[in-house]
Structure formats: C-alpha cells, structure tokens
Write a protein that binds this ligand. Sequence first.
Ligand SMILES: [Zn+2]
Length: 606
Amino acid sequence: MKNRWNKIEAKRFADNPQSLRVYTSRLLGQESQLVLHGGGNTSVKMNTSDFFGNDVETLFVKGSGWDLATIEGAGFAPERLDVLKALAAFGTLSDSDMVEQQRIALLDSKAPNASVEAILHAMIPFRDVDHTHADAVLAVTNTANGKERIDELYGDRVIVIPYVMPGFALAKLVYELTQGIDWNAYEGMILMNHGVFTFSDDARASYEKMIELVSEAEDYLESRNANQLASGASQMDPIALAEIRKQVSKLRGAPVIANWDQSPEAVGYSNLPSIESIGTRGPLTPDHSIFAKRIPAVLGPNPQESIETYASEYEAYFKRNADDSLACLDTAPRWAIWPKRGILSFGLNAKNASVISDIASHTAKVVQLSENLGGWTPLSESDVFDVEYWELEQAKLKSNKTTPALQGRIAVVTSAASEVGRVCVEDLLKKDAAVIALDENPIVATLFESPAYLGIACEDEDADTLGSAIKCGVEKFGGLDILVTNLSRDASEESTPNSDAILKAAFPFLLLGINPSIVIIGSRATASSKRQTQIARDNALETAGEQVRVNLVIPDSEYGAENPEMPQLENNSPNIESYAQTSGDHSRLSGNEIAHTVSSLAVGLF
Ligand SMILES: [Zn+2]
C-alpha cells in the first residue's frame, strides 16, 4: 500500500490540526483498496470553546454523507467529547437514540450527523484516529480461521475485536474489552470482518500506521501465494443485457441503469468453476449490504430464470430473518455475476450503478484472495441481515424523496452537438436520464462530463456506424428507452437525415425498453416539415403494436442554447434572427423550452 504522505503538501497544513486531518483523510480516501464511497472515517480531538467562551474538549469526526476522498473541514462534526465518552459507558441504547444523542452533543447546529462510529473514536485516547475497511485485512479476517491468521500476522501488536454490528453495540463491546488496557502498547485495532483502526497523537503517524498495517496484510497474502486472480475475455450480448435490465427494473419497481464490467478480472471471476458457491456466501463487509444487498445473482444459461430464482430466494431470506416491524425491500439483485461476460451492477442512476460496480469489483478480488488463503468465510446471513435492515437504514427508506422525472431511463439523441441537441441532452441529464449522444462532430465525445453521458462521433447517414454506436451505448448503460431524432439541424428537402437508419438501429432495444418512446424534433423553418410529419406518422404506425410511442415536435421558431457557458459550435443552425423572422408571430422560442417539451414527451404521458 503506497504511502501518499507528501512533505511539501503537508507543510501547508502543519499549523492547523483540523486542516491536517482533512489532508490525511483525503490520502486514505484516494485509495479504493482502503475505503469505498463513504466508507471509513477519521477524527481529531481538540480544545475549542463554546458560545460562552468555556473550554470544551471536542471530537471532530467524519460526518455521515461525506466521502473521505473529497472531505472538507465542514464535513467533520464537532462533538462534545465528554458526552460521547459518557454514552460509551451507558447501558443500552438503540442506534436511533445514539444518533439523536450525538446530534444533541454537537457544538454546531449546522454540522452533519457524526459517523455511527463516533463513540468508538471518542474512547480511543489519542488525538488522531483513522479507520478503514481495507481489502487486504478483510481478505485475512474473512477466512475460516481468520482470528488465528490475524494473530499470526500481527501478534499482540493489535487489539482484536470479534465481529459485532457497527453502531452502539460495537462501541459498547470495544469499551468493555479495552477497560484498563494500556493503549500505548498497541499499534492498532482489528475489527473482525469489518476493518482496522489506527491512532496516534500525530496525524501523520496515525495515517502511516494504517498504511503499515495494511501493507503487512498485503505481504502476508503475497507470501502465501493468495494473490492470483482469474482473468478472461468477455463475449458481447447487448440484447441479452437489455432483457436482463428490463427484468431487474420490473422487480425493482423503477428503471435501472446496468453497469457492465467486462474487464478481464470481472470475466475471470465470472468464469470460476466454483462461482455459484463462493460468489454467494456474503459481502466483504456488512455495510456493503446496504448498497449492494447480501449477495449478487449468479446468472445461468437462462438469465431470466436466474433472476426469478434470486427474487424468490431473497424473499425467503427476508422471511427467515425478519420480525414484524420490518418491511421487505424490493427483491431485485443489485449486481449479478454473468459467466463468460463479467459483472453487471444495477443502480437507480449511472452514478449509483458505478458505486455498486466498485463494491462488486472489490468483492470479486477479496473473495478470491480469501479463497486462495484457505477458504472465503464471510459473516453469517443473520449478521448481514441486521445491517441490511438496520433501523437507521429503514428510516431512510421512509423519507419522502422526490424522484427526478427520467431517473434510470436511457436516451439516445441524434445531432447532439447541434444547439438544440445540446440543450436536449442537458435537460435529459438534469432529469437523471443516462444519455447516448450521437453527432458527426467529434466534439460530441466531450460535451458533458458526467457518468450518465456517453458521446459518440459517428456519421448519421450510415446504418452500420449508427448500429454499432447504439450497441456501444447499450453496453454502457444497459438498454434504451428514449430515441430523440433531432432533424432540426439540416432538414431540407435536398438533404433529409437518415431517420430510418437510426430507427432501425434503435428499435430492437426500444422494444426491450421501459416505457419506450420516440420524439422527433422537426423544424418549421424549412420546407420539409411535411416530410417530417410523414416520418413521424410512419414511425408511429410501425411501432404502435409494440407499445412504442411516437411524438413530433415542430417548434414555431427556435434558436440555440441560452446557457452562456456552453461553447458555441459551428454548425448548420440558422441564426437566431432569421429563425425569429420566419416564425408566424416573430416570437422567440428558446432551446431550453424545446428541450423541456422533448423530455416531457419522453416521460410517458403522451
Ligand atoms: Zn467501519
């Protein structure tokens, strides 16, 4: 594990322990083998003063909702240290009550909620405390004889805590097991099946101790030849992918984006002869189950059947472990192992799917390391269930969040680099759709920076090129629901864009889409509006039997993006004035208004 401490950079923060903590936290966050998306936490204890000017011993601990990779000073919750220590000694407390008490102990009402591991940080008698869920350490703890291996690896240099659920129960157990010990005699603390703590009165020393302990675990795996990972080449199958995504969306009760990891490592993992067994024993660390459920689906020759089986087994798992107070989540898998093809991760939008994909790829790696080391043995089903159905997580489900109009839907937009095209793409992204943007202009590849955007430069006259561009988009996001054919750019009688070619390429995927729809943007400013109407009618007739809706938008007049930050492109768009002149009432219609109309038609009401 690389030590990322940089003397020159660190010097800038040397005078301020809080800034230095931000710096070292980010060093941990940069390493996905230490923490993933919101995982892990850090803290620093300092003296501050309250409103009345009294000295208060304060614990600045990572706030929930913040990520170590990008954390700032505002991401640390300032907690009264004496209150947290008193909570550690308290008899019993539900996790909701613990969160409430931590809220009350804040010195800043605007601060985020402190991490659920805050009490643990409070009771460790050192200024700086670091906590990660390092892959290498988990690979050692998650084996049949994990405890003996940890003893063999670290000897009595670390405190070892048996697994117990994170939150108050864990804080309490650590409190009980560490009464009267000399913390100075230890270099760190290993939480079985969970992670590592290091501590020091110096931020650098605590950070470097973390790197050291994790590196020792890596060396241990290496010395026992546990590091071999399988690899393989993927077979493409975009239609099967779109079918799988449709079925998962149905079970989820919402359209999902499918992230397809076709890397040699993912394919190698999917091809392991023992994948049905080792792939479904449990998660790396229990908090992954909150995002990715306890286990993935393993797809057989008939993926639909496998997903159905997964759903019924999930229901049985819930019934085995739940009491009456709990509501069952949807039964859709969050990821799936697809032999010969790799790993699929399903999210409510592109960002969410990539978070799950990261969890999946780290899981695939650690499962193999642990299996090589002597048998992958994750936590028991009921331990994982307790975290997946944690009262704090159940409470989040009940909060009324509004869902963006096109969340999880996948759109393709042609002539996407034109002015109208760009505003349409922007509006679709804003409504949380994933967008495949096609244009002849190579600038389309870099028009937007978002995990939900894929820009592909291609000739819009050529059926083959369009076909492979669409397939490429489907492989990236999992399917296709919305086709926006933008004819507004150069729709003159002499040069009619090949709308048949794009429809032909998109149609097989639209048939497998969620609430599929085609929106054609024509242009009243040209002589071809009759022809555009004809194209729309033909499309509508062709697709009506298949439940694919078709709408045509012919703006009365139009001009480009209103967003001044957008680069102005050279294209065939007529200028604003000439458009305004050609409209019936000389009115000006903004590109944003056209875009809004297009996305509203794609929502599914028309
Ligand atoms: Zn943790």
